[in-house]
Design a protein around this ligand. Sequence first.
Ligand code: NAD
Length: 250
Amino acid sequence: FSQEIKSTVQLIKNSNYTVVVSGAGISTEAGIPDFRGQNGIYRQLGEDQVMRIINIDFFNRYPEEFYQNYRQYFNFPQVEPSPAHMALADLEKKGYIKGIVTQNIDNLHQLAGSRNVIPIHGNAQEFICTAYHCRRIYDLDFYANSRENVPKCEICGAVVKPNVVLFGENINNYMGAREMILDARLLIVIGSSLTVYPLAGFVSEYCNTSRDLVIINKGPTQLDYAARVKIDPGTGSTGEVLAEICQQLG
Ligand code: NAD
């Protein structure tokens, strides 16, 4: 795909407002499984079970069972940003990209040094008290050190929840994420099957503006037909693809 990389480099050079949309696929190279990919959590647990468990109603009713599953399947405290995350932070520093809208909850873009990140599904490295009058935020250490199955707020005693958007909850910064995507002159989607709404809807709205779309994803996405350039790294890595793009941009 050296031709596709060249075209992408040219599109980035010609654009004065490039935005990245990232999904779980960018973090598989950091060791976090995605949901729908080849080794995704849907294959281990089944889609119905995932939707049932990481759901706000389930959390409210059965917090113990929620946390048992969360610890086993959705908790990755030791991970480090991958070369792909690092490359994107570098591109932002050099002024080639304006920001990232991510579905990921792993905080890896921020850890890599990206500054303008909208994590619409929250941040799994944080925990939040569920009492509306309290809403105290806790870090990972608080969770790791908690001796209870279900962590409780030190101030008010209410149940503490991972600070992520569960099924049935509203996403964070809906307007900000949509605006950043629709303001883009070039949109680059990385590691998302583009099946999760509302993000997939924002990208599809962007496509109606006839501006350029680049997709870097292993396997098909819902909007491949609308992409000016599609790069499937195949058995290679997205980290290598982005490193090559960085190198050619200089
Ligand atoms: P998805 O699971 O629907 O799609 C991921 C896509 O990335 C798949 O098409 C897969 O083939 C592709 N992929 C896998 N490895 C890749 C690689 N190395 N390079 C390029 N592409 C690769 O993911 P999604 O669309 O982001 O939706 C899943 C939802 O689950 C999101 O809403 C997200 O919040 C959540 N989630 C987050 C994380 C995380 O924070 N790391 C992990 C799993 C799920």
